[in-house]
Design a protein around this ligand. Structure first.
Ligand SMILES: *[C@@H]1O[C@H](CO)[C@@H](O)[C@H](O)[C@H]1NC(C)=O
Ligand SMILES: [Zn+2]
Length: 282
């Protein structure tokens, strides 16, 4: 009897914890632009990489905590918790030159908004009410998402005031913050991963071995990674050099396993910034 209970629990644990990010489908317009950016960066890869490697970019950051009630189960986190998430973002984006400037932490109690799903009317309503800044500013909504670790909007051509413009930002499970309860995704790296999408990065396993993330220095990867399996190599043979990039922030590995963006991803971040985010500042 005891054995059965334990088995049932471990089965639940192993099926429920796989990283679940909402950004598995990439909009066609962004795919086309990404292909164009890739062709530009390969023409003069070395040149481009070196000019981007010294670049920096400030991103204003607004962190929202949208909660049901003032309990941990209700999704509430403190200002200090939000500060910790902010620090972890800057720590892990340091290699890219992107740095966040925390402007405000904002608490909003609203149970309907707190659990609103991706692309729902309620999500849009929440963001129309809460979103701060312009298209170059990051709004991070930490809240008790139902069944997701997070999602972000990919960059696109949205008119100011359109639904796509209001929805812009990232939604992340509040318990994935550093020291949160979403083990093994509780070092704040879900926000790092999700904001990567907001900056134009695709999953390292996007499209499998022959699809790819359109970044030259991330090895081909056939499947999302679960855990931290050193030596994982899903795309083998001369056409696919290198092991799977299981330590890359844009894979699905456990938080402790995620440690790097590549120089090619840094180039893509700035290409995307110049194409979509910076013009909003004009
Ligand atoms: C909470 O959400 C509901 C449903 O969208 C909305 O009607 C209401 O105005 C919100 N309350 C606050 C205090 O913002
Ligand atoms: Zn993702």
């Amino acid at each position: 009897m005891k054995f059965m209970v334990v088995t049932a629990l471990s089965f639940l644990a192993s099926t429920c914890v796989a990283r679940k990010c909402g950004n598995t489908e990439v909009p066609d317009a962004l795919l086309q632009e990404t292909a164009r950016m890739k062709s530009m960066s390969t023409l003069k890869t070395l040149n481009t990489a070196s000019s981007y490697s010294t670049r920096t970019q400030k991103v204003k950051l607004y962190i929202h905590n949208v909660y049901i009630d003032r309990t941990a189960e209700g999704g509430y986190i403190s200002n200090e918790d939000m500060q910790k998430q902010f620090q972890v973002l800057n720590e892990h984006y340091a290699s890219t030159g992107i740095y966040f400037d925390l402007r405000r932490t904002i608490h909003t109690q609203n149970g309907t908004w707190a659990i609103s799903d991706k692309d729902s009317e309620m999500e849009l309503e929440m963001k129309k009410s809460l979103r701060k800044g312009d298209y170059g500013d990051m709004n991070l909504y930490l809240r008790p998402l139902q069944g997701w670790l997070g999602w972000c909007t990919f960059p696109g051509d949205f008119e100011v005031g359109s639904d796509g413009y209001w929805k812009d930002g990232c939604d992340v499970l509040q318990s994935s913050i550093p020291g949160g309860t979403a083990v093994p995704y509780n070092e704040g790296k879900t926000a790092v991963h999700e904001i990567g999408h907001w900056l134009g990065l695709l999953h390292t396993f996007q499209g499998g071995c022959d699809g790819g993330d359109m970044i030259d220095d991330t090895p081909a990867e056939g499947t999302p990674t679960d855990g931290c399996p050193e030596g994982k190599d899903t795309c083998t043979g001369v056409a696919y050099p290198g092991l799977d990039p299981i330590h890359n922030f844009m894979d699905y590995s456990d938080d402790a396993c995620l440690t790097q963006f590549t120089p090619g991803q840094t180039v893509r971040i700035y290409q995307t910034w110049d194409r979509y985010r910076a013009p909003a500042k004009a």
